[in-house]
Structure formats: C-alpha cells, structure tokens
Design a protein around this ligand. Sequence first.
Ligand SMILES: [Zn+2]
Length: 275
Amino acid sequence: MKVSYDLESITPHTVANTTGEGRGNTGGVALRNFCIAIDSTMFVKTGEILRKNLENKFSVPVKYLVITHYHGDHIFGIKPFKDVCVLSSEMTSKIMLNSETKSRYQVFIKDLAKEGPIGEGIEYIVPTLLFTEKLIIQDEDLFVEIFHTGGHTAGSSFISFPHEKVVFAGDLIFENTFPYAGDPTCNPELLIEALEKMKNIKADTYVPGHGPIMKGADSLEKHINFYKDLRNIIKDAISDDLDPAKVSVPDVFGEPDEGRKNVTVNTWLNFYKNK
Ligand SMILES: [Zn+2]
C-alpha cells in the first residue's frame, strides 16, 4: 500500500496538507528548536508520514501535537505522536473521556479497520496537556497562540502564528464545501464569534479544517455571512413552525450533502428552540 502525504510550504516556518488524503487537514509550525504539529489526520499511516515530513522539512523534532477538536478525522492518527506532548482544550479532553463519545468512537474505529490497511491500528488517545482559554507555546523569539473558542464543537480551538500571520482554523472553517455544523456540542453563536475573532487577527493565510488554503481576512467574510444567514433562516423556521425537511440553506457552498445538511439544520433548530 503506497500512501503519500506531502506537506505544502506556506511560509518559511509553516506547512500544511489540505489534500484530504488524511481527511482532516493538518499543519505544522517550526519554532527555533522544535516544531509543532497541528491535528493528526484520521489514519495512523498519514499521521506517521506527517511527523516524518515535518522533522525532515524543518530539521528539528516535533515537540507538541495540538488537537483542534475531538472529531475522528483529526485525532485517529495520534498514535505516532505518543511520545510527544499531545495537547488540547480541557473541553476537548472532557468530550473524549465522556462514555457516550468513547462508545460511539469504538464503533467508528472498528468500522474503519474493516475498510482495509489504511484504517487499521487506530488507538484512542486523549491529550495530556490541557488549557482553558488560551495557551502560548514559545521558543526564543517565536511563539504560537492557541485559543479555545468552542463553536464547531464545544472544545474547538484555533492556532495563530503571528510572526508570519498564519492561522490554523481547524473545523471552524470548511472551505469550498458545505460545512458540518451538526455536532451535538456545536454552538452556532460561539462559531460565529470564533470566526470574527479569527478575522480580527488579520492573518495573511488561513488554513481551514477541510478544503484549500485561504488568503487574507476578507476570505472569512463569506463564512461569517453563511452562518449568520443560516441563523436567520433557522430562527424564521422556528417562528413559522416549518418542517425541518423544508428548511433551505444558503447556497454559498453549492448543493449540500443531504445528510450533512439535515444534521446541521436539526442541531441548529434544537439550539435556538432551547435558547
Ligand atoms: Zn470536525
């Protein structure tokens, strides 16, 4: 089985893979004496190549793996990073330790193993270093800032590297595709706030959790407007007592996947009904 997982150079100190080969996008930031990996893909093999390629590219060891949120396509490749510090928001680890998530993900991992060699060997590994609102990792004159915002999931976080104006958004951004915003812990209000916070950072480059790299803070406008429009549609649907199946979503990202659309609409309806 030949698996490739190449890293694209974004700036002298940052790289990313946005090809979808590992499902969720990943990234890397090189500080002076070590580098930081961001998310681990859905597979052990791609996680392994990610680490190898980061260390080859920057000639420094990976010291930290930052997990943006608990979804399988970002955490199932953690195994090759077991000997480094794996960190996330405290909320992400809480969700991962929850028995409901654990049993749901046991099934998920078993199903992946049936898909052939690429899905084999996954271990459910919970981060060991946790932060609440914000964490800074610094090395000499360089640092990254990690912000816990919630939104896409209650534990969702994004990473900023101010030195080169790069932001790794995790699944707070899905570029060029209808987003999955139907997690049981999704909070639409925090999702919009997180996007606005990211936009205010005024980065030159945004690496989404899925889809291609985006240039400039204005590229977030489309995403903020999409979620705000969806919020209005959902609120109207509630006051009109509309059948969830009849709710139409903004068409910014083209024709949505039906399953993804339905779970997103239902999650948002429940959220605003209970508000
Ligand atoms: Zn996700």
